[in-house]
Write a protein that binds this ligand. Sequence first.
Ligand code: ADP
Length: 396
Amino acid sequence: MITHTLVINCGSSSLKFALINAQTQDTTLTGLAEKLGMAGACITFKQAGQKVELTLAQGDHAGAMKAILSYLDERALTGSITAIGHRVVHGGENFHASTLIDDSVLAAIEDCARLAPLHNPANLLGMRTAQACFPGLPQVAVFDTAFHQTMPQHAYLYAVPMALYREHGVRRYGFHGTSHRFVAAEAARMAGIPLENSAIVSAHLGNGASVAAILNGQSVDTSMGLTPLEGLVMGTRSGDIDPGLFGYLASALNTDVDGITALLNKQSGLLGLSELSSDCRELEEAAANGHPGAIIAMEVFCYRLAKQIAAMVVALGRIDVLLFTGGIGENSPFVRANVLNKLAFLGFSLDAAANDAAFRGKAGRISHADSTTALVINTNEELMIALDTAALTQGK
Ligand code: ADP
């Protein structure tokens, strides 16, 4: 009998879901409910190349979950679901791994909401709604932060008064952990080296972007911090800035912390620099046509990325594999070539033909045989969540 895991990624106004076949690891169904709690709430299902789009009569998260349930009922799929896996953004120091959800886990996730006030409450809503719609099914929480809990203290502490760490949890947590964990294992397999004896730098480059240093399968450093704002230049996020900017802008723009935080999260990064777009593909095209903003935005993006990758090698002590993943990492030969050329001093030599061939789902090696290994790996966070969920719920 075919069994499935339902994977749920619940945001404040959206609910992304996937149904993963537990035997073959194939994705049977994906979908997205959008504009929840607003006018025009709708849900889209994609299955076997077909797309079904529905307006939601009940336009909240519960309405979306009920629509998923009735879609599954109509196709006799509900009975095949054995467990539900949830993406949770922040597990703080409470969670070092994925975990079965019970009341104490829900309370601990609620406790972490002070660290991720936009995300954790939405994730909790997803869990409670799923519990109501699918009573009796075991549910698992998979945290973006958990993989990075192996970082040593010298990597996760900020040089601020220790009381802020003890009393307010101020430290670097890191994100994208589910993706970094998945692609590091894939990369070791592709490179033919044991994960337990490997030094991998993983570059997850999407609208949000982070690098991670992964030593023997464990995260030892990463570029994101207390929040996902730290580190690389991203689509609309600034990444690293001088924290003195807050005081300076508060008086220069006569604005407050919320105004500056929004500016750094939503109007900065590729968008802010280019004054054109946050979208890497659009900027590459504009740069090729000579748009000065696009050219400098892409150069700052690549330079900062190369610098952060080199910094991760300090954490590892050596580098066996550099991998690129995420929408940009998997699809942009331009970014990968630019970055590898800057990292020639680490032994990288780009195989230009292989690099140009690696996009739209084609993974593989993009460095010459005598080079330090550079790979393109397709990430699959939903599958990683499904695998964790299956591992924790089998026999339950
Ligand atoms: P998210 O972090 O929202 O999941 P994705 O991983 O889907 O984002 O990545 C989105 C980014 O990938 C966008 O900047 C987009 O322009 C970029 N991207 C997708 N395809 C290409 C391409 N062919 N060339 C360059 N960039 C691309």
